[in-house]
Design a protein around this ligand. Structure first.
Ligand code: UDP
Length: 369
């Protein structure tokens, strides 16, 4: 008999959720992570009373009652609602696309006026069946908004022309004919009070966790500990890139602590949507928790190319990569390893998708045990 029922590789949100669910049912779990800390990319670090996101800001939002209930077991959530400002060469707009955006762009005041203007803009684009992100955006919102608020940001973010990107990326953003500037449509939204690291730590309460342990470097020894491996890292790296490597988009963060400044930008998130500014956004961390803390900490987010060894952030879900991923999945069918989470699934998961996936996968795996 093995020491553990599950060896979970990765102490991020997926790994921690899976471990919690399995432990609650009496399974013995060991969670390992090659980083020296838990919480994966939702890791936050306390700097002078401010929870600083080391791997980019995360705002929890979901429509799923079960996911929300699960999330709340490990922290109380504040009532933070994400509202984003776009800075286009010094002109400020409200995001996501709402009546404030349309008013600033075209001077329209009522939803009817905005609808008429949008219809006119969309008709001028002559797109019937959008085949890429540019066409998708123009058929959704028209040329003016596309050029000022989407094109520059998107091309910086993804490092390629909007005409070479899939349309689904932009479909995440709501378009509203109301003065509601909540960035998300979901029923529930907030940030765990105390930060995400404490939240994940509570999720892992009573579960054995070893950080600074690299599965791929100690595989033989670690495999002996458990019959079943849940792997939340990159599937291509797991297989030594033998079929080629999947592509990602990476990010570089430049974080600055300003001890003498109380408020740098007046909002948690300001996007820079022109193409010249090298970063896509500036996050001011204290605003996610209503301005608490001494001084302020800001992070500029620079999108960057990715090569093996860099932190992978966004999967590049184009045809080539999706096909390659399916090939890796075929290899996985023959192994006693289950691939989960954003990296294991090669999918642009939000946090709630990650927890929902852990719940679903756990139910499937358990049914087979
Ligand atoms: N986007 C944009 N302008 C913005 C913000 C977002 O064009 O000011 C586009 C961009 O292509 C981005 C996508 O919308 O990749 C999704 O944005 P979201 O804010 O959901 O991205 P995330 O927070 O996951 O990086």
């Amino acid at each position: 008999m093995s020491d553990y029922d599950f060896l979970i590789v990765g102490a991020g949100l997926y790994g921690a959720s899976f471990a919690r669910l399995a432990t609650d049912d009496g399974y013995r779990c060991l969670v390992i992570d090659r980083r020296d800390n838990i919480a994966g990319n939702v890791y936050t670090e306390n700097v002078h009373g401010i929870n600083v996101y080391k791997y980019g800001a995360h705002i929890f939002h979901t429509d799923d009652d079960a996911v929300w209930k699960f999330a709340q077991r490990f922290a109380e959530f504040n009532r933070y609602t994400n509202t984003v400002i776009a800075n286009y060469n010094g002109e400020l707009y409200s995001l996501p696309f709402n009546m404030y955006t349309f008013n600033k762009m075209w001077g329209v005041i009522t939803p009817d006026e905005a609808r008429a203007k949008l219809d006119e803009q969309i008709a001028m684009c002559h797109v019937d069946e959008p085949k890429n992100l540019e066409e998708q955006a123009m058929s959704l919102i028209g040329r003016d908004i596309y050029e000022k608020l989407i094109k520059g940001y998107t091309e910086k973010q993804w490092g390629r022309k909007a005409t070479e990107l899939p349309g689904f990326i932009i479909k995440r953003l709501p378009v509203r004919l109301t003065y509601n500037n909540n960035y998300f449509n979901d029923k529930y939204q907030g940030i765990p009070i105390g930060g995400y690291t404490a939240w994940i730590s509570k999720m892992l309460d009573g579960i054995e966790v070893r950080t600074g342990v690299d599965y791929l470097k100690n595989r033989e020894e670690l495999d002996k500990l458990s019959d079943k491996v849940i792997y939340t890292g990159m599937i291509d790296e797991f297989y030594g890139y033998r079929l080629g490597n999947l592509e990602y988009r990476s990010l570089r963060f430049e974080t600055e602590y300003m001890p003498d400044k109380d408020d740098y930008q007046g909002n948690a998130v300001v996007n820079y949507t022109d193409s010249e500014t090298p970063y896509t956004r500036i996050i001011e961390h204290k605003h996610f928790e209503f301005g608490k803390g001494e001084g302020t900490v800001i992070t500029r987010e620079y999108p960057s190319d990715w090569k093996p060894g860099d932190e992978p952030y966004y999967p590049l879900n184009n045809e080539r990569n999706n096909k390659l991923y399916e090939e890796y999945r075929k290899l996985a069918l023959e192994d006693n390893v289950f691939f989960g989470g954003r990296l294991g699934n090669y999918k642009y998961f939000d946090m709630d998708d990650t927890i929902a996936a852990a719940m679903k996968d756990y139910a499937i795996i358990c049914a087979g045990e």
